[in-house]
Design a protein around this ligand. Structure first.
Ligand code: IVH
Length: 700
């Protein structure tokens, strides 16, 4: 590198550029640089800072991630107290009128006097944060705490991409910007999905978060900034703390609306729904308008906030008991409520997935009356220990299906004999009675009655008729819906029993289309084994697997009767596929459907294909061996390694046990490596793995 001065100049320029592009990307959603280009600049800055550590300023874009684990949080006394806000619980328009009336009275305005100007904002459901900038640089982030004293969480807040580390443009020597740190619903769902996976993998101290607010609070108060960084937080600015100099020299913002614009100009996200309003009528309109949009917003709000726009009038109105007279929160129906569990039922989805659903005493939550809430799956229902008769928290946010968040402590504390039975997942499909199975490393049970199950009927028919399956031209989803709903098709063979008269008699069906469909059905009878097999819709049996199976066995009967071991000999068939084929053909209902489809007319449907001879066996050198993969391998992704192993006949499992033959460990292998060493499982690296794949297991 060149001289220190030059490095400093380059670092400053890079930093400036990175800040600008990060803002375009994270806040404005309008990136101007390809990601790779951004990464290049970022790495260049990292390199300079590595050579000249003193150039690594606290506001450097490289300082968003990392940092050291804290032992605890330092207390911070707020220079300007962080007040709370009066809540108007009357969710009718009356709530807005009451606030306007109080403000008018305090200001001594006559009934026919001028209207008051307000700013209407959203009331975000996260946690309030005070961000202190000195000479434009973020120096401290603190939680609200009790309003007087909060906790310093600067390290964690630096990981929030939407919060500028340095203000854009001119900034006063000191300014504190306040706002809400929150988590978007999609980020929350993804985070919980990851948490569930971790719990399923045996990580005992991980937990599932009850709502985005709770997850955001947990992330902010994380002592390990690396963990905080992995929990995606967002931010909206809405208020001001200390600012110096207060009058002359500072930003010229005589209204709240001006301040919000100033925040946006400095680089903060400000909610686009924010609007000016005059008088009670416009407040009511805002409340109603946002109420309609609430479910479609990507984050939770629990109400709106009205603020007197003029800072001068705000001063005049002042405070009562730590709440400003110039602002109020006007609520919406709560998104979480308590209710009683009346029963637990199992729903079967279009793809055969079984979902436990709590039947609830009707409760008004998130603006609708809810009587059903999902318990997701067996593990979730058991983890939450939901039982009939319990009082539970139900959450309905956005357009999503209501869910049971958890059981209240009072119900959980009851003696076991005074509560309903422990939840167990049925091993039979409640719709068709076929076996329901949970595959290894999957959380869901699935009905294996594919072709026979009424819940899966429409899906199964559409799949069978698809172009890449037996190809019934013109049989689309609207028509299938109509046929199934009119009870004209119950199982696949019924499809071939539909006559011209029945079809032509359907609503919106012209004679010509009926004739075409009859012809298409006739044409589909002459098919191929791979098409037919794929059309059966057996889980994990895609087009190429169907081809491999047909090629390997030649005949349908051989596939239907093959043992799991025999199935494993097929190219690219691993244990999951083999098991799935076996369970499918073990269901008498499914076999019956197959027999009817290929049976000769007039009793059967008359589908036929040419059968062939079995292929010569491909060797499966690693059959019978179990591998576990952990950490980052130097060249293969974990999925690639898994595919290669399974193709060679090995089983790949998610956890190390006495049954494991080899642990393939890469960089940053964690608890699995410790466990393997503990119980004496052989640990190998990628190089050895590749050798085993190439030559089988031979001593080196
Ligand atoms: S203003 C003096 N505006 O609600 C007024 N607060 O009880 C101080 N909140 O702790 C707050 N959205 O966490 C304000 N647009 C908004 C808000 C908002 C959410 C939260 C904030 C605060 C609580 C007030």
């Amino acid at each position: 590198m060149t001289s220190r001065d030059e490095a400093a100049r380059e670092a400053a320029a890079l930093s400036e550029k990175l800040h600008r592009h990060a803002h375009l990307y994270y806040v404005l959603d309008a990136p101007e640089l390809p990601d790779a280009e951004y990464d290049k600049l970022f790495q260049r800055l990292q390199a300079i800072e590595a050579e000249y550590p003193d150039l690594r300023t606290p506001d450097s874009p490289t300082q968003r991630v990392g940092g050291k684990v804290l032992d605890g949080f330092t207390k911070v006394r707020h220079r300007v107290p962080m007040l709370s806000i009066r809540t108007e619980t009357d969710i009718t328009p009356g709530g807005a009128s009451a606030f306007d009336a109080r403000v008018r009275k305090e200001l001594g305005l006559a009934e026919d006097g001028p209207q008051v100007a307000y700013v209407c904002e959203l009331k975000f459901d996260g946690l309030a944060m005070n961000l202190r900038y000195e000479h434009g640089v973020l120096v401290q982030a603190a939680t609200r705490g009790d309003g007087e004293v909060g906790e310093e969480v600067t390290q964690n807040i630096r990981t929030v991409r939407e919060i500028p580390l340095r203000l854009n443009g001119k900034a006063p020597p000191v300014v504190e910007v306040r706002g809400e740190v929150y988590m978007k619903r999609a980020d929350f769902d993804a985070l919980n999905e990851r948490q569930r996976e971790k719990i399923a993998a045996g990580q005992k101290n991980e937990k599932v978060f009850v709502n985005p607010r709770n997850a955001a609070a947990g992330a902010v108060r994380q002592l390990d900034p690396a963990i905080a960084a992995a929990r995606p937080l967002s931010f909206f600015a809405y208020g001001l703390g200390e600012v110096t100099p207060a009058g002359e020299g500072g930003p010229d913002c005589p209204t709240q609306f001006d301040w919000l614009q100033q925040f946006a100009a400095w680089g903060f996200p400000v909610a686009t729904q924010t609007a000016r309003a005059t008088g009670a009528i416009e407040l009511i309109a805002f409340h109603e308008n946002i109420g309609r949009q609430r479910d479609a917003l990507p984050y939770d709000i629990d109400g709106v906030v009205y603020k007197v726009d003029s800072i001068g009038l705000q001063r005049q109105l002042g405070f009562v008991s730590r709440e400003p007279r110039w602002a109020v929160a006007h609520k919406y129906p709560a998104q979480e409520q308590l209710t009683e569990v009346l029963g637990i039922e199992i729903q079967v989805g279009r793809t055969g997935k079984l979902t436990p659903v709590a039947k609830l005493a009707p409760v008004f939550v998130g603006g609708v009356t809810v009587t059903n809430a999902t318990l997701h799956n067996e593990d979730e229902a058991r983890r939450k220990d939901v039982r009939v008769g319990d009082t539970v928290i139900v959450r309905r946010a956005g357009d999503v299906i209501p869910e049971v968040v958890g059981v209240v402590p009072e119900s959980l504390a009851k003696p076991d004999d005074q509560r309903g039975p422990l939840f167990t997942m049925p091993h039979q499909c409640p719709v068709c009675g076929s076996e329901a199975v949970r595959e290894e490393e999957e959380v869901d049970y699935r009905c294996t009655g594919g072709l026979f199950c009424a819940a899966q009927r429409k899906e199964a028919i559409l799949h069978f008729a698809a172009r890449r399956a037996v190809d019934v031209d013109g049989l689309g989803d609207k028509l299938v819906e109509q046929l199934v709903d009119a009870n004209l098709i119950r199982t696949l063979p019924d499809l071939y029993k539909l006559g011209f008269t029945t079809l032509a008699g359907l609503d919106r069906m012209a004679e010509k289309s009926a004739k075409n469909l009859v012809d298409a059905l006739e044409a589909s009878k002459k098919t191929t084994l791979p098409r037919f097999l794929f059309g059966l819709g057996i889980r994990h049996v895609g087009e190429s697997t169907a081809k491999d199976l047909a090629k390997h066995f030649g005949k349908l009967d051989s596939i239907m009767d093959a043992t799991e071991e025999q199935l494993l000999e097929v190219n690219d068939v691993g244990p999951v596929v083999a098991q799935s084929l076996r369970t499918f053909f073990d269901q008498p209902h499914n076999r019956e459907v197959v027999e009817q489809l290929r049976g000769r007319e007039p009793d059967g449907c008359g589908l036929s294909w040419e059968e062939g001879e079995p292929a010569v066996r491909a060797p499966k050198p690693l059959a019978g061996l179990t591998f576990v993969i952990t950490g980052t391998l130097p060249t293969l992704s974990r999925d690639e390694a898994k595919d290669k192993l399974e193709a060679a006949g090995a089983k790949v499992s998610g956890s190390v046990s006495k049954k494991t033959h080899y642990l393939v460990a890469g960089e940053e292998a964690g608890s699995k490596l410790d466990k393997a060493r503990d119980i004496g499982v052989e640990v190998i690296d990628e190089a050895r793995l590749l050798e085993i794949l190439a030559h089988g297991v031979v001593a080196d």
